[in-house]
Ligand binder design. Structure first.
Ligand code: UD1
Ligand code: CA
Length: 460
């Protein structure tokens, strides 16, 4: 069975009050539309067609790396008209599934059930029971429970509007039948639109079989019209991600105070304090412990790594047993070997730090290769940039860099070398020796500090 997916995304999204097209507003760090495209991919769609309207260029650019086919619906004449525009792109498909670009939490498992339940039917619809169905299309059934048709809120009689089973809008149809039904649609209704939902009544009138399935949660079928609804779905989604982490062996101090915008993979017995934000692809090994208020993006933390409060970590690889922070910043290509210590107000960029080395206070290490067992004193700076070019600093195993040293790259500090505090090192410091640059300390005997002269007229 070849499945074509049509995603409707031509709506203007006025209620977002935004210059960004509605379907590009992010949920968990990704455009809503990207979530829907991902669901189609997980379902094994042979082709995904997105029907877009105004702002199309921006939408296409944002999803440039997905293999969608794009179809413009210049005028929004209704959901049926929108699917009709996509039909030429799915002529070689057996079935067509309709999704919505502004219903981001659609669950591939539910769609899979819908497709399975309608395997022997010409049409399958996803319907849901709602305490308050106001605004939705209602599913009208006969006395035996057979679906007859779907009625829009604005077209329904009082009796029809009392029905609590709603049409979610999601449907899967045999492609050949859908062609015929859509071409037969009229806009003779309260909104003057071509309703996709009218295909249900048309199928029944033609004696076709219509299957129906319910979603597991209402959030899966909830559309986003404004930023309040978007925030509700974001929290729902984050809660689920948090529960997945906990089921997988992570302890969260508060599952309501973690945000995952991408993918977080965790080992056993990971402990995460409040307000962690993870972006991109992040991996925590077994026993990783994260303090409060950290931002971690595209990084790999080995087993037993401890990150203390208020760290910002991006594009870093951290070896097992390392201790980071509080208040540390690891930037892209920071590569820390096992058992390293990176302390407060330390920034590390494009640098390797060898096993057991310590960079504990107020330091900038950029474009550097630091060996094992090195101690970098407080306030040390690699002066890696001359305003035009970047240069590397190399520090051998077991070196000891005194506090407040400036290492002017390109420069090499030999293994076991000691650098005196306050030195400016711009030439090679030999292995095993003490190297320092320091003005000699002098004392001026009997020197008097200047005195302020008394203000004229001031009282004695
Ligand atoms: C639609 C259904 C309704 C269902 C509800 C569920 C119809 C006629 N009604 O109503 O039965 O209960 O969804 O949320 O289908 N769109 C286009 N082009 C158009 C019109 C719409 O791409 O010409 C897109 C919109 O961007 C949106 C989706 O289709 O993503 C649904 O359109 P909308 O106008 O919101 O439909 P509803 O009136 O909510
Ligand atoms: Ca409408």
């Amino acid at each position: 069975m070849k499945l074509g997916v049509v995603i409707l995304a031509a709506g203007t999204g006025k209620r977002m009050r935004s210059d960004l097209p509605k379907v590009l507003h992010p949920l968990a760090g990704r455009p809503m539309l990207a979530h829907v495209v991902a669901a189609a991919t997980r379902l094994g769609a042979a082709r995904t067609v997105v029907v877009y309207g105004h702002g199309g260029e921006q939408v296409r650019a944002a999803l440039a790396d997905s293999a969608c086919v794009w179809v413009e619906q210049a005028q929004q004449l209704g959901t049926g008209h929108a699917v009709l525009q996509a039909l030429p792109q799915v002529q070689d498909m057996d079935r067509v599934l309709v999704l919505y670009g502004d219903v981001p939490l659609v669950d591939p498992d539910t769609l899979g059930r819908l497709i399975a339940a309608s395997a022997d039917c010409e049409l399958g619809v996803l319907t849901a029971l709602m305490d308050d169905p106001t605004g939705y299309g209602r599913i009208i059934r006969d006395a035996t429970g057979r679906i007859l048709r779907s009625v829009e809120q604005k077209d329904g009689t009082a009796e029809e509007l009392a029905v609590q089973e709603v049409n979610t809008g999601f449907l899967v149809a045999e492609r050949v039948r859908l062609d015929g039904w859509l071409k037969g649609l009229t806009n003779a209704n309260a909104q003057g639109e071509y309703y996709l939902t009218d295909v249900i009544g048309m199928a029944v009138a033609a004696g076709e079989r219509v299957a129906s399935v319910h979603p597991l949660t209402l959030e899966e079928v909830s559309g986003v019209n404004d930023r309040v609804q978007l925030a509700v779905l974001e929290r729902f989604h984050q809660r689920r991600l948090a529960e997945d982490l906990m089921r997988n062996g992570a302890t969260l101090a508060d599952p309501a105070r973690i945000d995952i915008r991408g993918r977080l993979t965790t080992g056993r017995d990971v402990a995460i304090d409040i307000n962690l934000i993870c972006e991109g692809d992040v991996t925590f090994g077994d026993g990783v412990c994260i303090g409060p208020n950290c931002l971690i993006r595209d990084s790999i933390l080995g087993d037993g790594v401890q990150v203390f409060a208020n760290c910002v970590i991006e594009g870093a690889q951290i070896g097992a047993g390392a201790r980071i922070g509080p208040f540390a910043r690891l930037r892209p290509e920071a590569r820390l070997a096992p058992d390293t210590h990176i302390g407060n107000f330390v920034e590390i960029k494009k640098a390797t730090v060898g096993e057991g080395s310590k960079v504990n206070h107020l330091t900038y290490i950029g474009d550097a290769d630091i060996g094992a067992g090195v101690n970098v004193g407080a306030g040390t700076i690699t002066c890696n940039y001359d305003g035009a070019n970047k240069f590397r600093t190399t520090i051998g195993d077991g070196a000891f860099i005194g506090s407040n040293a400036s290492l002017v790259a390109p420069v090499t500090i030999g293994a076991g070398a000691t650098i005196g505090a306050g030195s400016v090192i711009s030439a090679e410091a030999p292995a095993g020796e003490l190297t320092l640059t320091r003005a000699r300390q002098t004392t001026i005997p009997g020197w008097q500090r200047p005195q302020k002269s008394p203000k004229p007229g001031a009282a004695e």
